[in-house]
Write a protein that binds this ligand. Structure first.
Ligand code: HSE
Length: 410
């Protein structure tokens, strides 16, 4: 029998128990042994719920029980999750977690402790919910230099932007719906400000570079400033707006990473990724393009990935299978050097401004929405972000919003 403990009985933790109860027979067959949830650690009691007989309140019970070989950490946050996970690994217990904050901050150290102890620290559910992406990067795509990862990595914001685009729905209503569906973080600021996607792209960047990429170093812009008017311009241009998290290789091992809402067009592989779905586009130097698509948030998709990690840990009880990344930090490329086109909304009269704007930005493309009489939009030619900022500086008081354009180089 393989005994596991689940730390945290919230949305994902209850999903983990449900997955094991629902698919237990098949899971046991795949492991070749019987999986048993021995403990569920939580601060609360759950009277009337069958889980109650497994509920414990003291972490030491797990650490002191040599029969517990695998621990699931689905509490979220850094502490006490970090201390608990570290102690589990040091005690020779493999850990499966969905906790992106923990992996983004302490992944390198926890991977290295797991390796020293010939056990595993697995975190498939920390990026893309139920979509396999960590395991493919760790095992299937190891012949490649990964040159680009661009993903829709947050289900809440993709759900919101999809509803805003197709239904003209307002921001607050769609956020409430996402929360009611169990997609959003406890503090939805993490979703809408892009912090959640930022931690996820930091994890993927660390994996593909083999070095620590700190999420604090990644430029991060959320969707809180995206308006119905922005969507109207995007639609008029034949595109849509998506919150993209991207990491692209420049010379050598240098990466340019960014999280920002971007206008994309129908030829972009991520254009049709709608609702709570996530998708991750990967370009490898020998593979070419690959896409991973699926349920990116929610109780059961996330629990599915956690339990799959438990199965992997159970099949490799005394053998470390994860690729490491070094604790020394990777210095990212300067945002100012990245090149793209920019969409700009500006107050004023398009006819009067065109000539001055051409002098400043070069061959711009004007976009007008007849109902929006006090403003207009334009698209710049390809330029570096540093150049854009320098040129836009003189129009600071007139610029209403700038949205980056992400083109697919197919
Ligand atoms: N709040 C996250 C999302 C949950 O909406 O994608 C999955 O990490």
């Amino acid at each position: 029998m393989i005994n596991i403990a689940v730390m945290g009985y919230g949305t994902v933790g209850s999903g983990v128990v449900e997955v094991v109860n629902t698919n237990g027979a098949r899971i046991n067959q795949r492991i070749g042994d019987e999986l048993n949830i021995k403990y569920v650690l939580d601060l609360k009691d759950f009277p009337g719920n069958p889980v109650q007989e497994k509920i414990i309140h003291d972490f030491e019970t797990i650490i002191q029980d040599d029969d517990v070989q695998i621990v699931v950490e689905v509490m979220g946050g850094i502490e006490p999750a970090y201390t608990f996970v570290k102690r589990c690994l040091q005690a020779g217990k493999s850990v499966a977690t969905s906790n992106k904050a923990l992996v983004a901050k302490h992944g390198a150290e926890l991977l290295s402790i797991a390796k020293e102890n010939e056990i595993n620290f697995l975190f498939e559910a920390s990026v893309g919910g139920g979509i396999p992406i960590i395991r493919p990067l760790n095992s299937s795509l190891t012949a490649d230099e990964i040159e680009e990862i661009t993903g829709i990595l947050n289900g809440t914001t993709n759900y919101m932007l999809t509803k805003m685009f197709y239904e003209g729905a307002d921001y607050d209503t769609v956020l409430r719906e996402a929360q009611a569906n169990g997609y959003a973080e406890r503090n939805p600021e993490a979703d809408v400000e892009g912090y959640d996607a930022c931690r996820k792209i930091a994890i993927l960047s660390s994996l593909i570079s083999g070095q620590q990429v700190d999420f604090e170093d990644i430029y991060c812009e959320g969707i809180t400033k995206i308006t119905v008017e922005d969507m109207t311009y995007a639609r008029k241009m034949g595109g849509t707006i998506k919150l993209l998290a991207s990491s692209k290789r420049y010379a050598g091992n240098r990466l340019h990473a960014i999280v920002a809402p971007c206008i994309i067009f129908p030829d972009h592989p991520l254009y049709n990724v709608n609702g709570v779905f996530n998708s991750i586009f990967v370009h490898g130097n020998v593979l070419g393009d690959a896409m991973f698509y699926g349920s990116g948030a929610g109780k059961l998709p996330t629990a599915s990935a956690v339990v799959a990690d438990v199965v992997d840990a159970a099949k490799h009880l005394n053998r470390n299978i994860m690729t490491m990344w070094k604790q020394d930090k990777l210095h990212l490329e300067n945002k100012a050097d990245s090149r793209r086109r920019f969409f700009v909304r500006m107050k004023g009269d398009a006819e009067e401004m065109t000539s001055a704007l051409k002098d400043s930005f070069g061959e711009i493309e004007m976009i007008r929405i007849p109902e929006l009489k006090e403003e207009f939009g334009f698209v710049t030619p390809v330029m570096t972000e540093g150049d854009y900022e320098a040129r836009a500086g003189i129009y600071r008081d007139q610029i209403l919003h700038m949205i980056r354009i992400e083109e697919h180089k197919g």
